[in-house]
Write a protein that binds this ligand. Structure first.
Ligand SMILES: Nc1nc2c(ncn2[C@@H]2O[C@H](COP(=O)(O)OP(=O)(O)OP(=O)(O)O)[C@@H](O)[C@H]2O)c(=O)[nH]1
Ligand SMILES: [Mg+2]
Length: 634
């Protein structure tokens, strides 16, 4: 059964609630005070089953809103998720201030469909009805309720006249409403919270996207608390799951009613983050005053409301009737994603002055400059989904954008992000390394700076085999995943080679000149033949046919290749000698697990001058551990 949400709109006392009651049999005014005063204060709900002309079964969920100008904020909490609107105008009063304000709100929220309902037709004669019909038609001309395309029905809740015609129009129009995307991420803006005996905490709302099932884990924003769905009700009846477009009640486990309130939003856990900075396209009503930079406004999005400070991007003020790009700083965190619509009302006196659509709700930690932000938001505003992802990847520069960040930024499901990411990669607009996307142009820059860095290193260190990967990565200043990807691609193109931990230019071993090669051999031989009774390094170097600086570089090369190992100041051993030492000590453990310095000296036959640095080396290598004056063999 297809679910469609129908909202009412219109001036106070024009018969919205009476109409909902006449259509559904349910009085949407549920509060005692509402019944006593005969006005609607808060949103109310009712259901109606209809059959579409095609025979399809339809379930209409009505959200009845208050018309009183003081309760517009409650009206706004109800109108956010509606699919079509009944614009109610009393035939004996015609268009009034909240008719205008409510209709402006519908347009700003981009409501696409609706029916104009002239109520109380039993109170006027045919001529008056005609005059009102023309007045209302004039007002609606050019809008989504233009009388040439949208129906206008005159009814009486009292006599029932016109109700069948209205139901027929409702069924026809509900059948045309495109189904909300139940495959998108689940988001439920909460409009009511209460507790029910035997059940505990219940929340209700209009399910704006995705679906939810019993026993699922959810997260509540902005507090971040996680909780579990104990039960689901759809349009007042127990259900296995609720899908987008349905009036939904959830019985929640693990949370008290005091922790929840209207304006919070339920989502799957871990996907989204609430935000206090949003970039938006803002539209001012023609009736509004000029909007200046830094103005403070009331902002309403779905059931949430907060105060926003506007920074206009580009022009320094926004003219009535115009649209512009802006960044809003919110007093409270809200869970918003691009595409979400909102309404803004003047700070004081509180009247509706405009609305807009969210373009970006999650900014990276690095603060963008004003021009950068303007360019980014402009690019987002005019882009299709694929380009949106590319623009977002581009914003992250060499940091890249991970798949999960892309989900949080866009509000798309992971599968959607993956699909678009794959398309960007196959069209060579972006590169993907592990879980991270970077733009093709940034990848190209990184490739050349990585290559240039390696070349520069070789130039500065001609006798060194290569630069260590970690050092190279730090020089470029990029994360490990992207580094590995760029390195791989350069290796694949035979521009670089990787040997163990070292990166060097392709085909470039270390080219030693003859006397250097000879020196290198002589140093190695001097240490290889002396075992642990090594000569002093400076004596060995002094005997070589090369100058001191070059000799030192050759030593550095031998240390890097781990042919020689530095054990203390000016004290260097051949790797093989140290390996022998290690074996000897380990074998000694069976005889006695403890050694003092004298025993150690005797065992390996060296002087105290060598024994102490060697023992400290063995401690560092975790072959031994110092305990008082002795060494414990580990
Ligand atoms: N005669 C007549 N009276 C009506 C009709 N519809 C509503 N009324 C009366 O008009 C008054 C206001 O009706 P409501 O349905 O409460 O009006 P509303 O638009 O819901 O008002 P708010 O929710 O406060 O904005 C009530 O006394 C209704 O009985 C109708 O078709 N004919
Ligand atoms: Mg009412």
């Amino acid at each position: 059964m297809k679910a469609v949400i129908v909202g009412t709109a219109g001036h106070i006392d024009h018969g919205k609630s009476a109409l909902v009651r006449a259509l559904t049999g349910t009085d949407p005014d549920r509060l005692e005070e509402e019944k006593r005063r005969g006005i609607t204060i808060d949103i109310g709900f009712a259901n109606l089953d209809l059959t579409a002309p095609s025979g399809e079964k339809l379930r209409l969920g009505f959200v009845d809103v208050p018309g009183h100008e003081r309760f517009v904020r409650n009206m706004l909490a109800g109108i956010g998720g509606i699919d079509l609107v009944l614009l109610v105008v009393a035939a004996d009063e015609s268009v009034k201030p909240q008719t205008l304000e409510h209709f402006d709100i519908c347009r700003l929220l981009s409501v696409q469909r609706g029916i104009t309902v002239l109520t109380k037709r039993d109170l006027v004669d045919a001529d008056t009805l005609e005059v009102v019909r023309m007045e209302v038609a004039d007002y609606l001309r050019g809008s989504f309720l233009d009388p040439s395309t949208a129906p206008m029905v005159a009814v009486s809740a009292k006599t029932g006249e016109g109700l069948d015609e209205l139901k027929t129009e409702l069924a026809r129009m509900a059948a045309e409403v495109p189904a909300k995307d139940s495959s998108a991420a689940f988001r439920l803006p909460i409009d009511r919270v209460f507790s029910m005996k035997g059940f505990g905490t219940i929340v209700t709302g209009t399910l704006i996207s995705g679906s939810v099932r019993k026993d699922e884990e959810l997260q509540i924003h902005p507090t971040g608390k996680r909780l579990r769905v104990r039960g689901v009700q759809v349009h007042g009846a127990a259900a296995e799951q609720a899908i987008a477009g349905q009036r939904t009640a959830l019985n929640l486990a693990g949370v008290e009613t005091s922790e929840l309130e209207r304006g919070m939003m339920l989502t799957p856990p871990g996907l989204f983050r609430p935000t206090r900075h949003v970039s938006v396209k803002l539209t001012l009503l023609p009736s509004a005053k000029v909007l200046r930079d830094r103005a403070r406004l009331h902002l309403h999005a779905y059931t949430a409301e907060t105060i926003a400070e506007v920074t206009l991007l580009g022009e320094k003020q926004l003219q009535p009737g115009q649209s512009g790009l802006a960044r809003l700083k919110l007093d409270d965190s809200l869970m918003l994603v691009p595409g979400d619509r909102f309404i803004v009302r003047q700070f004081s006196p509180v009247i509706t002055i405009g609305g807009g659509v969210v373009l970006d709700a999650l900014e990276p930690a690095r603060r963008a400059k004003a021009e950068e932000r303007l360019a980014f938001v402009r690019a987002l505003g005019s882009a299709d989904a694929l380009s949106v992802l590319l623009v977002r990847v581009g914003r992250r520069g060499a940091e890249g954008l991970s798949i999960s960040e892309a989900v949080a930024e866009t509000g798309w499901l992971q599968a959607g992000v993956e699909l678009r990411a794959a398309e960007l990669v196959s069209s060579r607009k972006a590169a993907r390394f592990g879980d991270i996307l970077i733009s093709a142009s940034v990848a190209a820059q990184l490739r050349s700076s990585l290559k240039a860095s390696v070349d520069a290193f070789h130039k500065a260190n001609p006798l060194v085999a290569g630069i260590s990967r970690e050092e190279l990565r730090e020089r470029i200043g990029i994360g490990p995943e992207i580094f590995r990807g760029i390195e791989d691609s350069l290796v694949g193109d035979k521009q670089l080679e990787v040997a163990g931990d070292l990166v060097h230019g392709s085909g470039r071993g270390v080219v030693l000149r003859d006397e250097e090669a000879e020196s290198k051999q002589r140093i190695e031989a001097a240490f290889a033949t002396s075992g642990l009774k090594v000569p002093l390094l400076k004596d060995v170097l002094a005997s070589l046919p090369v100058d001191k600086v070059r000799a030192q570089k050759i030593v550095t090369l031998l240390l890097r290749e781990r042919v020689l190992v530095k054990v203390g100041d000016d004290l260097v051993f051949h790797r093989n000698a140290l390996d022998e030492l290690r074996k000897l000590i380990v074998a000694q453990k069976a005889k006695t697990p403890r050694l003092n310095i004298v025993a150690f000296k005797d065992l390996i036959g060296v002087t105290r001058k060598y024994a102490i640095p060697l023992l400290e080396y063995l401690d560092r290598e975790r072959v031994t551990r110092r305990v008082g004056d002795e060494r414990l063999i580990l």
